[in-house]
Design a protein around this ligand. Structure first.
Ligand code: FPP
Length: 236
């Protein structure tokens, strides 16, 4: 059985779901928030240690001001509705990404949730929010260069580079699920996904549910992970 400590999800398809249902795009994001709530509770029940979700990328600022404004209001919608349930389920909140450009009132809500849940020991719900993997890697390199200059560190290897990433301390990503059928990474966790298994499904994020997650996990469990080595029991 493959371990599943860290699940990452690219929650794609909110806009297409809204269009399919003749609703504004914002309604797709709203439904997406409700789905995220139930998947968080379910993933925690399954014993998954960390769930990283791509909620807003550094490229998403290119969307209309109305849509960006709405996505920036989602943390308030999410936490005011579900913080109690998250606490009851021992869920801890974390964020990765560039905080600087996020509106102060949005950051305030997120920081409150981080503070409220900081002693919880169940699933870590990690929001990639204003996140871009290339940006993360460049920042990490700059930080290392500074530490080197200051004489704080010596050599760098794959393991110690991890400590300079936003995801420092989190387990490696085991499984990446992308909903909405697109076969791309969209600048998500480029370093952390090096040996992850990918499952891309047609289901749009607002239609995702516990059963679909079970199906994805079943696919993952059938994969043979050898991390670049080879299975010595195979004959050729
Ligand atoms: C991609 O769908 C989805 C997003 C850019 C936003 C995802 C955010 C959530 C589901 C909620 C996050 C929750 C919090 C609390 C921040 P799309 O709009 O690109 O869909 P499309 O490809 O069909 O147009």
């Amino acid at each position: 059985m493959n371990t599943l400590n860290h699940l990452a999800i690219i929650m794609d398809g909110n806009g297409r779901w809204a269009k399919k249902n003749k609703l504004p795009r914002t309604a797709g994001h709203y439904k997406g928030v409700e789905v995220l709530r139930s998947i968080t509770i379910y993933a925690n029940r399954l014993g998954i240690k960390c769930l990283t979700v791509y909620a807003f990328s550094t490229e998403n600022w290119k969307r209309s001001a109305e849509e960006v404004g709405y996505i920036m209001s989602l943390p308030k919608i999410f936490f005011s509705a579900y913080i109690k349930e998250l606490m009851d389920n021992n869920v801890q909140i974390m964020i990765i990404g560039d905080r600087e450009k996020i509106p102060a009132e949005t950051m305030k809500v997120i920081d409150e949730a981080i503070e409220t849940t900081k002693n919880n020991t169940g699933l870590i719900l990690n929001f990639a929010f204003n996140y871009g993997a290339r940006d993360e890697i460049v920042r990490a390199a700059k930080k290392y260069a500074q530490d080197y200059k200051d004489g704080k560190v010596d050599d760098l290897d794959e393991e110690s580079f991890n400590d300079y990433l936003y995801t420092a301390g989190l387990p490696d990503v085991d499984l990446l699920i992308r909903t909405g059928s697109e076969m791309r990474l969209s600048n998500f966790l480029l370093y952390q996904l090096a040996y992850s298994e990918f499952v891309v499904i047609d289901t749009l994020w607002p239609d995702f549910n516990n059963e679909v997650l079970d199906e994805c996990i079943e696919i993952y469990q059938k994969r043979k992970r050898n991390f670049g080595g080879r299975d010595e029991t195979e004959s050729n």
